[in-house]
Design a protein around this ligand. Structure first.
Ligand code: ACM
Length: 534
C-alpha cells in the first residue's frame, strides 16, 4: 500500500482512529515533522489537531539509534508512534502515516467520519541519499506557487532533492540584485518554438517570468520543512545566451543578441575574460546566500565552441593560459568555479561534459549521456548522480503511440522508469559507493505549463521514487496494484497525470509535432556533440 515500498511492513490487528481531538505530540528534535503532520491533517479533520491531551495519541519519539533518513512507524489501536533521529526520518514517517489514511485526506476539505489507520509496524530507510528531480524553469517558467505545489508532490514520494535549472539560452529566472538586466532583459523572450525545432514552427507570443530573491528564500524554506534540498543550477559557459542578451560584454561578438527563441543549445557562449569570471562570481555570491545546498550546479553541458574557435581574442587567451584546445578552456571555467565553491564550503556539480579536458578536483558528476560518465567519474574516485537520458528524462515520450503530446526522445514508459538502476554495471563495490543516487529530469521545451508538466511527471515520478528509495528486488507486477491505489491520492490532489490507457484528448497536442527517436539514436545524438536534438 505504501509508495515507495518500505523495507519492512508487518500488519497488526485492528485500527487506530484519528479524530479531530487526537493529540499529535513530539519530542523536541522532531517537532517540525509533527507540525507538518498537524497542518497536513487539519483540512480533512476540520480542525488543527492539539499538541497535548489524554487518550490515544500520535507521538513522534526521538530515536538517536536510527540513521538520518530512517524511521519506524508503529500503529496499534491504542497509539501511533513515529520514531526517528532527525527531521527527515520523522518527516518520512509522517508521509507514510498520511498514505495509510484514505486518499480523501489529500483533499482540502473535511473527510466525513473518523480517519482510520490500520495497525501495523513499518521499518524503513532509503537505498540512496540523492533522490532528485530536475525542473527546467528556464525553457518555460514555472510560477512560484507551482514550485511549492511540486515540492509537496515530491515530498509525498520521499524525493529529497529539487534541482532547479534556473538559467539557459531561453531565459534567466532568478533575480540577481547586482545585475538587474539578467531578469529585466534575460527573464523573457519574444516567442518560442512550438514542438520540436525540426519543424520550424514558431509562436510570436512573449514568454517569461522569474523568481525574486524573496521567492527563492520562500521556496528553499518550504522545501526544507519537507526534507527537500533545493540545488540551484546556473549554467556556464554554454547555455548562457539570456545572460549575454542582458550583458553583451559577456559574449564573444560584442553585438546584441536576443534571448533565444528556438530550442537547442545556442551558439552564443561566455567569453573567457577575467571580467566574465568576476561577473559570475558575483552572481554566485548572491546565489550562495539564497541556497544552503552543499551542492551547486554550474551546468557545464553542451557548450558550442564555434565562437571560441573563431575569436582571435579567445585563441590569444587560450595561448596565454597554456590551454591547448576548447575542451581545455571549458575545463578551465569549471576548475575556476570548483575552486570558488570549494573555498566557500560547497561542492561543484556539473553535467558529464565536465569530464572533458580533465575533471576538477571537487566535482560531482551528473551522468546524463548514458552511463559512460558515471563509470569514468566513479572509477576516478568522484561522486556521481545517475541521470541517464534514456532512463530518466521524463520530458521524453511515455509510449510509442501517435497521441503522445509533442513526442520527443525515446520511449520511457512506466515500467522503464520503474526498472531504473542508478548503479551502472561494471563498477566494483567500492566504486559503486560513489553513486550517490539518481535524478529524474523534466526539461521543459515541450512543457508550456503546469498541466503539461503533470502529464510528463506522473505517474513516472512515482515509479522513479521507488527505484531510488527501495532496497531489494523490484517487480513491476507487484508495483502496479499499489500504483493504481496511489493514483487515487493523485486524483485527490488534482494532479493531471497521464492515464494508464493514454492521454485524454485535451492532453494531446495535434498542433505541435515532436521528433520520436530510439534509445540508440538519442544516445548517438548527444554523444555526437551539442547539436540540436529536440
Ligand atoms: C542536458 O540534458 N543537456 C544535461
Amino acid at each position: 500500500m505504501l509508495i515507495p515500498r518500505p523495507d519492512e511492513l508487518t500488519r497488526g490487528e485492528g485500527e487506530f482512529l484519528v479524530a479531530p481531538d487526537t493529540p499529535i505530540m513530539s519530542d523536541p528534535p522532531l517537532r517540525r515533522a509533527a507540525e507538518w503532520l498537524r497542518s497536513a491533517l487539519a483540512p480533512s479533520l476540520g480542525a488543527l489537531p492539539p499538541t497535548s491531551g489524554n487518550g490515544p495519541a500520535v507521538r513522534f519519539r526521538h530515536a538517536p539509534d536510527l540513521a538520518e533518513e530512517a524511521y519506524r512507524l508503529t500503529v496499534t489501536p491504542e497509539a501511533v508512534v513515529a520514531e526517528a533521529s532527525s527531521h527527515p526520518g520523522a518527516f518520512y514517517a509522517a508521509q507514510s502515516l498520511v498514505q495509510l489514511l484514505p486518499p480523501s485526506v489529500h483533499r482540502s476539505a473535511p473527510t466525513p467520519g473518523p480517519l482510520r489507520l490500520p495497525a501495523l509496524a513499518v521499518t524503513d530507510r532509503p537505498r540512496f541519499g540523492w533522490r532528485g528531480t530536475l525542473i527546467d524553469v528556464a525553457r518555460h517558467f514555472l510560477p512560484k506557487r507551482e514550485v511549492l505545489r511540486y515540492l509537496d508532490l515530491l515530498a509525498l514520494h520521499k524525493i529529497n532533492v529539487l534541482h532547479l535549472h534556473l538559467t539557459d539560452d531561453q531565459g534567466w529566472r532568478i533575480e540577481i540584485k547586482r545585475y538587474p538586466l539578467l531578469t529585466r532583459t534575460g527573464g523573457w523572450r519574444a516567442g518560442s518554438t512550438v514542438g520540436s525545432s525540426r519543424h520550424g514552427r514558431h509562436e510570436d507570443r512573449p514568454h517569461g517570468g522569474f523568481y525574486t530573491q524573496e521567492d527563492i528564500r520562500e521556496i528553499v524554506a518550504y522545501a526544507a520543512e519537507r526534507a527537500i534540498t533545493v540545488v540551484p543550477e546556473i549554467d556556464l559557459p554554454g547555455h548562457t545566451q539570456a545572460a549575454i542578451a542582458a550583458y553583451p560584454e559577456l559574449g564573444n561578438t560584442g553585438g546584441p543578441v536576443d534571448v533565444r527563441t528556438a530550442w537547442g543549445p545556442g551558439e552564443h557562449v561566455l567569453n573567457p575574460e577575467e571580467s566574465t569570471l568576476a561577473f559570475f562570481r558575483n552572481v554566485f555570491d548572491e546565489v550562495l546566500d539564497l541556497f544552503d545546498s552543499r551542492y551547486v550546479c554550474i551546468g557545464g553541458d553542451e557548450c558550442v565552441t564555434a565562437e571560441w574557435r573563431e575569436s582571435a581574442r579567445v585563441q590569444e587567451l587560450m595561448r596565454e593560459r597554456g590551454l591547448p584546445d576548447e575542451d581545455a578552456l571549458q575545463a578551465w571555467f569549471v576548475r575556476h568555479f570548483d575552486d570558488y565553491l570549494t573555498e566557500r564550503g560547497r561542492r561543484l556539480l556539473g553535467w558529464d561534459e565536465i569530464l572533458n579536458g580533465g575533471l576538477a578536483e571537487g566535482a560531482t558528476v551528473m551522468s546524463w549521456r548514458g552511463t559512460g560518465g558515471a563509470l569514468a567519474a566513479a572509477r576516478a574516485g568522484h561522486d556521481v548522480i545517475a541521470c541517464p537520458l534514456t532512463d530518466v528524462y521524463f520530458d521524453y515520450r511515455q509510449s510509442d503511440g501517435p497521441d503522445e503530446p509533442i513526442p520527443v526522445g525515446c520511449v520511457i514508459d512506466l515500467a522503464d522508469a520503474y526498472a531504473f538502476e542508478p548503479v551502472p554495471e561494471g563498477l566494483s563495490p567500492e566504486e559503486a559507493r560513489h553513486v550517490l543516487g539518481g535524478q529524474a529530469q523534466l526539461w521543459t521545451e515541450p512543457v508550456d505549463g503546469p498541466r503539461a508538466l503533470d502529464y510528463l511527471a506522473f505517474p513516472r515520478l512515482v515509479a522513479f521514487a521507488e527505484a531510488v528509495w527501495t532496497s531489494g528486488p523490484r517487480d513491476y507486477a507487484e508495483f502496479e496494484p499499489r500504483l493504481l491505489a496511489h493514483l487515487e491520492r493523485l486524483d485527490a490532489l488534482g494532479v493531471e497525470y497521464r492515464p494508464m490507457a493514454g492521454p485524454h484528448p485535451w492532453q494531446q497536442r495535434p498542433d505541435a509535432r515532436g521528433w520520436p527517436r530510439s534509445r540508440a539514436e538519442m544516445l548517438a545524438d548527444v554523444l555526437g556533440g551539442p547539436e540540436q536534438h529536440l
